[in-house]
Design a binder for this molecule. Structure first.
Ligand code: AMP
Ligand code: MG
Length: 189
């Protein structure tokens, strides 16, 4: 599918003013907001009716941009080289200087991060100066959407932009691996 640059720019504009937008990823559709903005992060929880103790995954364009926010180790580097960008999420220690809002990580000193591969989300990540906090674009407890129409049904007029990127290829959530100690799979994807 061809990328619609006008939509990418619209998403960029809205994200820059802490609005949330729904965008396609290779796993499922996501509800994205600026992970460095408390307003945006709190709005994600509100829109989804998500319990505040369930932390969000933060999405990055690449490793270079992650370095200022998280500590990493050799396990991470090996898995990054082999599997990223793609449907794999890592739990890492948050750096003291990290700009990620504590509302994203439910107050924990760790944070879950991912490098999505879908062209639309990558085009947006490349253009903004912050990573995206992005859970699936559904109300808490309902099924993760794999197409734009289902996102529209779920949120009606409560979000200003839903980008249609066709059906999500993978259709299930990412694998989550904790790398803060011995690597451990927290969620199979
Ligand atoms: P969802 O956004 O619904 O796909 O869920 C994100 C998943 O990542 C949940 O299963 C969370 O428990 C997990 N997660 C997010 N942040 C952390 C963290 N800091 N430590 C452990 N698990 C996390
Ligand atoms: Mg979800």
């Amino acid at each position: 599918m061809k990328i619609n640059l006008a939509n990418i720019k619209k998403a960029q504009k809205l994200l820059n003013i802490s609005e949330c937008v729904a965008i396609p990823t290779e796993t499922v559709y996501g509800l994205a907001g600026n992970a460095y903005s408390d307003i945006a992060c709190k709005n994600i929880y509100k829109l989804k009716k998500r319990p505040k103790n369930n932390p969000l995954i933060v999405h990055y364009f690449n490793f270079l941009r992650l370095k200022r926010d998280c500590d990493f180790n050799n396990d991470f580097l090996k898995l990054y080289k082999k599997f990223c960008p793609g449907p794999i999420t890592f739990v890492l220690k948050k750096r003291k200087k990290s700009k990620i809002k504590s509302s994203v990580a439910a107050g924990l000193n760790t944070v879950a991060i991912r490098f999505p591969s879908h062209r639309v989300v990558r085009a947006i990540l490349k253009r903004v100066n912050f990573p995206l906090a992005m859970p699936s674009a559904n109300l808490s407890m309902s099924i993760s959407p794999v197409n734009a129409l289902d996102v529209a049904d779920e949120f009606k007029k409560n979000i200003k932009l839903i980008i249609n990127g066709g059906k999500s290829k993978i259709g299930i959530e990412s694998t989550v691996i904790d790398l803060t100690a011995n690597p451990k799979i927290l969620r199979p994807g």
